[in-house]
Design a binder for this molecule. Structure first.
Ligand code: ADP
Ligand code: MG
Length: 252
């Protein structure tokens, strides 16, 4: 089943063609990596899928429903979760309270975050925290968490919305290599268990090749290759882009 289908999307900023006629799809339970050098148009694609940007041309279809140009909040309600490059948690609240906030927000209740969030949905929050390996940290203040744990908390908060599609733009930025592999391995296992579609970007090619079911490659706004890890790794155009940039680990 196709979770996300993007057809022929384009976006320009003034004279800059950030994304040109890009099409791809992500199936339920699939990990799709979008790679390409810095400035290739990856974040612009994410922002068009998540509703932060409206495409100049093309369509974004979520589970058969056209969501092109729909505002982010409405897209989020339709089951699109996002993790951001900058960790978006409330530092003074506990780990569990942050997840409780996300659960309450998903349930659509009007709430007083500093009163009721403490009591609502605690069991559910603890269950989600167990899934991301943070059960032991539930009652610590978020501000005390190690960076890698903040990213796992963000994942738990995104899952609280019961998404069918997760957009992860550089989720492992700033993490040590071992932590990156662990976060993406965790994401992959959750995606498979929940039949969740995941679109992610990642600079570390070891992580990409280990955890992506398929890969799409962007260069200067255009899609230049698409396929399984072995196919993409062997692609002449992909090699030219990465070798041309003087690195095998992507841009920054
Ligand atoms: P990536 O995420 O692959 O590094 P981006 O999608 O952020 O690439 O950027 C693609 C191109 O679009 C770049 O040339 C970038 O400078 C430009 N761009 C992105 N966002 C904006 C914006 N809001 N205004 C002007 N130019 C932008
Ligand atoms: Mg980017």
């Amino acid at each position: 089943m196709t979770a996300l289908e993007v057809s022929g999307i384009s976006k320009s900023f003034g004279g800059v063609h950030a994304v040109r006629d890009v099409s791809f799809s992500v199936a339920a339970g699939e990990m799709l990596a979008m790679i390409g050098p810095n400035g290739a148009g990856k974040s612009t694609c994410f922002n068009m899928a998540g509703g932060q940007l409206r495409p100049d041309r093309g369509r974004v279809v979520l589970g058969g429903r056209d969501i092109t140009g729909t505002p982010p909040r409405a897209i989020w309600r339709l089951g699109v979760g996002r993790t951001f490059q900058i960790a978006a948690t409330f530092a003074s609240m506990s780990v569990a309270e942050n997840v409780q906030m996300a659960l309450i927000s998903h349930a659509g209740r009007v709430f007083d975050p500093f009163g009721r969030a403490r009591r609502f949905a605690r069991d559910e929050a603890l269950e989600l925290l167990a899934q991301v390996g943070l059960r032991e940290q539930a009652d610590r203040a978020c501000g005390e968490l190690a960076y890698g744990d903040v990213k796992r908390l963000e994942l738990a908060m995104a899952l609280a919305n019961q998404p069918r599609l997760l957009l992860m733009d550089e989720p492992t930025a700033g993490m040590a290599p071992r932590e990156r592999i662990a976060l993406m391995a965790l994401t992959a296992s959750i995606a498979r268990a929940r039949r969740l579609a995941v679109l992610f970007t990642e600079h570390d090619m070891d992580v990409v090749f280990a955890h992506a079911d398929r890969i799409v490659v962007l260069d200067r706004g255009a899609l230049i290759a698409e396929g399984g890890p072995a196919e993409v790794r062997a692609d002449v155009k992909v090699r030219a882009v990465y070798l041309g940039a003087g690195t095998t680990s992507g841009g920054h």
